[in-house]
Design a protein around this ligand. Structure first.
Ligand SMILES: C[S@@+](CC[C@H](N)C(=O)[O-])C[C@H]1O[C@@H](n2cnc3c(N)ncnc32)[C@H](O)[C@@H]1O
Length: 289
């Protein structure tokens, strides 16, 4: 793609979803945008960018975002966050929460749904023993394609076999022709909607746990700082923010405190009170397999 078109696209993407495109992505992105140009009978990528700049919230803009976003995700990604949720966070919340309101979890860059469904399965295994209140899991993503796929809750053999332990697969998935369909009870546990992290969060309400994994690292420094600052407003005072295991809030001016030995877990309160003696040693890793 011509350098000036790529510069225009960079500005558009940064303004719309807060991501930086690198110059070495030019060819790959051109390959992804070309089918959109053809499908919409446009003359060129330049014409596509002009149209999307004019209408940054339109369906063409959604197609461009779908083509650009990196949506890699797996069930139980990195395993340890789900072990910590099961062993420490959910049990601690059941002690401190009032059952008159639901426990609320937000997966704010949910991609095609594997993360919030992993949370729902973890909750089903742990909470039903300790919690008879409601559970509300919200999965959001800026990609329209990802949200539509997440709502279906149907995955390929590779998606499922890759990281879902056999006993979870047998218990929570049903084979439907070539796809593995998540059981209705788990699908019903998660609400999905398209939502941009650059938009105002205040209509979403307060959450006990927020998963914001493997998206902060894709944002510009300015947008990352802004998103984290606004997440503090949506998290319960003793709630937990979970970022990717290779991500960190170090270097950002935030009131979040890291939970010791639970990589990627942060809280606004005293970590030792919120998640007492969180222990993520080798003994728990792999326990779900
Ligand atoms: C690499 S995936 C991470 C998925 C999941 N959280 C995980 O860790 O497996 C990143 C997701 O962030 C979404 N994303 C990127 N920018 C976003 C934004 N501004 N608002 C909401 N979602 C965004 C992308 O569409 C993509 O699905």
């Amino acid at each position: 793609m011509h350098k000036t078109d790529f510069e225009d696209l960079k500005t558009l993407v940064e303004n719309r979803i807060g991501q930086i495109l690198r110059d070495d992505q030019n060819k790959r992105i051109e390959n992804r945008l070309t089918p959109i140009v053809r499908r919409n009978h446009l003359d060129s990528i330049s014409a596509l960018i002009t149209q999307v700049t004019r209408e940054p919230e339109g369906t063409l803009a959604d197609d461009v975002i779908d083509a650009i976003t990196t949506r890699e995700t797996f069930f139980f990604r990195d395993e340890s966050p789900f072990n910590a949720l099961a062993d420490k966070v959910f049990p601690a919340l059941t002690q401190t929460r009032d059952k008159t309101r639901p426990l609320r979890v937000w997966s704010c860059a949910a991609s095609t749904g594997q993360e919030p469904y992993s949370i729902a399965i973890t909750a089903d295994q742990i909470l039903r023993r300790h919690w008879d209140g409601d559970l509300d899991i919200l999965g959001t993503d800026v990609s329209k394609y990802a949200v539509e796929k997440a709502k279906q809750g149907a995955y390929s053999q590779i998606d499922v076999q890759r990281t879902v332990p056999a006993r979870i697969m047998v218990r929570y998935f049903e084979k439907n022709k070539t796809r593995w369909q998540l059981q209705r009870s788990i699908r019903n546990q998660v609400r999905f909607r398209q939502f941009n992290l650059l938009d105002n969060f205040s209509t979403l309400g307060e959450f006990d746990v927020i998963f914001c994994r493997n998206v902060l690292s894709q944002l510009t420094d300015e947008k990352r700082a802004d998103v984290v600052a606004r997440l503090t407003q949506q998290l319960a005072p003793d709630g937990i923010l979970v970022v990717g295991t290779l991500e960190t809030l170090i270097g950002l001016d935030t009131p979040f405190k890291a939970v010791e030995r639970a990589r990627g877990f942060y809280t606004l309160a005293d970590p030792n009170e919120v998640v007492p003696e969180i222990a993520l040693d080798k003994a728990t890793a792999g326990r779900r397999r």
